[in-house]
Design a protein around this ligand. Structure first.
Ligand SMILES: NC(=O)c1ccc[n+]([C@@H]2O[C@H](COP(=O)([O-])OP(=O)(O)OC[C@H]3O[C@@H](n4cnc5c(N)ncnc54)[C@H](OP(=O)(O)O)[C@@H]3O)[C@@H](O)[C@H]2O)c1
Length: 276
């Protein structure tokens, strides 16, 4: 897809991967609606992208967990820009806690943001995309949309759900020339862990921790790869070869991988218990 003069909605555009995708799209000449709860940040970024790239931008305060707000976001974009060509479902949050202990209210909230918010946004944009003869929906999943992350199972469940819905929607919307792209980043250096919900006592230490003995990649790298995938209308996107290898490894050698997960669960549970 040629992005010049297209109209995109990016959810979770106040920071991290969403802000980087909004910037990358603007650089390609795309008009951008930046949606998140923190209006101060989206307004500042919208203004900067307009100044830098001359594209039209609009900042909207949206809680993606609120279905009415999501519908209003799309209606406003259509009123301001005449339609929507691209939806980037990026808004998301983590949750820390084991499945046997995680609070149901916390789990429902994370599903409201990561899964139901994304589906609601898809339902809201499809009519305008149909009227325009097509479009692209990008759902930001994760490598843990394909394998479990012990003591973060609530989060992985939201991404598994998003993967399933995205694959179905891809088939259903093909006749409308609406493409659905799944992006599976691995560990990325953002404020993600600080903003994750701590659902069991002892899990607080995971906020701000690096989840692996290596540094994550930058949000800009994820954004550049995502925008390239839109331009080339790819289906499923990994950012690094290591991420791809992990996912394929988990599918090729499930027994070995399951053993690794038991080991990871034991280490994380020990840390939780020490922190209690
Ligand atoms: N960081 C990683 O390692 C990683 C890896 C794989 C996938 N991902 C996925 O990448 C996406 C972006 O995460 P990130 O790493 O950039 O995290 P982040 O820095 O915490 O950014 C999350 C974004 O989502 C928005 N958001 C959260 N809850 C929201 C709500 N209720 N309504 C509207 N917006 C909301 C936040 O904005 P406000 O707080 O202003 O609302 C923020 O803009 C998520 O879907 C995440 O699951 C991240």
């Amino acid at each position: 897809m040629d992005l010049r003069d297209k109209v995109a909605i990016v959810t979770g555009a106040s920071r991290g991967i969403g802000a980087a995708i909004a910037a990358e799209l603007a650089m390609e000449g795309c008009h951008v609606v930046l949606a998140a709860r923190n209006e101060e940040r989206t307004l500042a970024l919208a203004e900067r992208l307009h100044q830098l790239h001359g594209v039209r931008t609009l900042a909207l305060a949206v809680d993606i967990a609120d279905p009415g707000a999501v519908t209003a976001m799309v209606e406003r974009a259509v009123t301001e820009f005449g339609g929507v060509d691209l939806l980037i479902n990026n808004a998301g949050m983590g949750i820390y806690g084991s499945i046997d202990e995680v609070k149901m209210a916390d789990l429902r909230h994370v599903f409201d943001v990561n899964f139901f918010g994304a589906i609601q946004a898809m339902q809201a944009v499809v009519p305008t995309m149909r009227r325009r003869g097509g479009g692209v929906i990008v759902n930001i999943s994760s490598i843990v949309g394909k394998f479990a992350s012990p003591l973060g199972g609530g989060y992985t469940a939201t991404k598994f759900a998003l993967e399933g819905a995205s694959a179905a929607a891809r088939a259903e919307l093909k006749r409308d020339r609406i493409k659905v792209i799944i992006v599976r980043p691995g560990l990325t250096e953002t404020e993600f862990s600080q903003n994750a919900r701590v659902s069991v006592p002892g899990a607080e230490h995971r906020q701000g921790e690096r989840h692996a003995p290596m540094r994550g990649i930058s949000a800009e790298k994820v954004a550049r790869r995502t925008v390239r995938a839109i331009q080339h209308e790819e289906r499923t996107v990994y950012i690094t070869w290591f991420d791809r290898l992990l996912v394929f490894g988990s599918q090729l050698l499930p027994g070995l991988f399951a053993w690794g997960l038991v080991w990871a669960a034991a280490i994380r549970r020990k840390r939780f218990e020490e922190a209690r």
